[in-house]
Design a binder for this molecule. Structure first.
Ligand SMILES: NC(=O)c1ccc[n+]([C@@H]2O[C@H](COP(=O)([O-])OP(=O)(O)OC[C@H]3O[C@@H](n4cnc5c(N)ncnc54)[C@H](OP(=O)(O)O)[C@@H]3O)[C@@H](O)[C@H]2O)c1
Length: 348
């Protein structure tokens, strides 16, 4: 099979280099263009010695036109970048997968409120598909433009989905207590993510409002006819990669007779065919390191009276970003969904 040509905008960032790692050995994709405005001309392997001997391209300027030669372009860039460039690429027949937020929210008023800038291409946005393959695979298959989900929203949606889809819990009282490693904030220099600030300490942030709340709400509303209410509190924890979400949901009176085995069976049945969702035995305590550098997301159920507690772990840079983006590419192009992303987690 002839390999498709892949471009990455934002190749110097954390999700960009993670895309490079995953795509360098992809059986059906060939890296064609990797852009950076600040490092144009610099060999990729000079900046990332982990890629020496594997990636022989140099960073190019995103304005050079080389992206038009690709079959698919990933935007591993801050919000606002993809929506400025995607329409022209789509017009040339290039498919686009945005790891940022530009094509996740269909409600442009909410987007503008969250991201403090007007949406540049509301007409193009209408055709964007929210790229969570486990819940939206058929639409992803047809898509030309993907809004790749945020990292926290991936854990919240896959964790709450079996409960909401089966109308087992009060959707108005969902709680998500989530923790992310520091790479979630990207590679740019910021005081809050300096070693001396972020290590040996832990804190909540965005408690009064985080951008991932409206994205998650928009998707959770598709799972249930009930009104959805979500309290989401993110935390920064002193590790590089990894995300741990603890989700709480109250069983509805008509579902309180369900046994722990019943609940477990509902989750296992929902995800039985999913290559990247592992439902662990009831009462397990999944560790973030059991997913490190892999595209696997692990779920474990607990129960406290009428409250179901769902523990979800993933690698924020893989299933939470670059791995999920490659999974979407695989589905869009009709490749084996696991191609290039079926590696095992790294232990210890
Ligand atoms: N980190 C995570 O865990 C994670 C998870 C899910 C989603 N995301 C999302 O993925 C996107 C990338 O995140 P990241 O953590 O990889 O960020 P990052 O480490 O800060 O990297 C950002 C990249 O974007 C490029 N860039 C910045 N402004 C640009 C512009 N105007 N035009 C073209 N390129 C530009 C930068 O390269 P140059 O400045 O050299 O051009 C850099 O390579 C963000 O939208 C983020 O919210 C991140």
């Amino acid at each position: 099979m002839q390999k498709i040509k892949v471009g990455i905008v934002g190749g110097t960032g954390y999700t960009g280099v993670e895309l490079l790692r995953l795509l360098a050995h992809h059986p059906y994709a060939q890296l064609h263009a990797i852009t950076s405005r600040t490092e144009a001309g610099v060999p990729v392997a000079q900046m990332f010695p982990s890629l020496r001997g594997v990636v022989d391209l140099a960073f190019s300027d995103p304005a050079s036109g080389i992206l038009n030669e690709c079959d698919v372009v990933f935007f591993a860039t801050p919000h606002g970048v993809a929506m400025a460039q995607a329409p022209a690429l789509l017009d040339k027949g290039v498919r686009v997968i945005d790891l940022g937020a530009d094509f996740r929210l269909q409600d442009t008023a909410v987007f503008e409120q969250c991201y403090k800038l007007p949406h540049a291409c509301a007409d193009v946005l209408k055709n964007a598909v929210y790229g969570l393959p486990e819940l939206n695979r058929e639409a992803v298959r047809q898509a030309k433009l993907i809004g790749n989900p945020g990292c926290y929203p991936t854990t919240m949606q896959l964790g709450f989905y079996p409960l909401l889809k089966n109308n087992l819990v009060d959707a108005g009282q969902l709680i998500a207590d989530c923790k992310s490693g520091v790479s979630g904030a990207g590679r740019k220099a910021e005081v809050a993510t300096l070693f001396s600030e972020a290590s040996d300490s832990m804190k909540a942030y965005g408690v009064s409002g985080h951008r991932h709340t409206p994205e998650t709400l928009e998707q959770l509303r598709k799972m249930t006819a009930q009104d959805v209410g979500l309290i989401f509190t993110p935390h920064l924890i002193p590790m590089i990669r990894g995300m741990h979400s603890t989700l709480y949901a109250k069983l509805l009176p008509e579902a309180q007779h369900l046994s722990n085995e019943d609940l477990q069976s509902i989750f296992e049945t929902t995800y039985v065919s999913e290559p990247f969702v592992d439902v662990m035995p009831f009462g397990s305590h999944p560790e973030t390191r059991s997913t490190r550098a892999s595209n696997m997301l692990r779920i474990a159920l607990h129960r406290h009276g009428d409250t179901v507690i769902v523990l979800v772990v993933q690698d924020n840079l893989v299933k939470g970003a670059a791995g999920q983006a490659v999974q979407n590419m695989n589905v869009m192009f009709g490749f084996d969904e696991t191609a290039g992303i079926n590696m095992l987690p790294v232990m210890p």
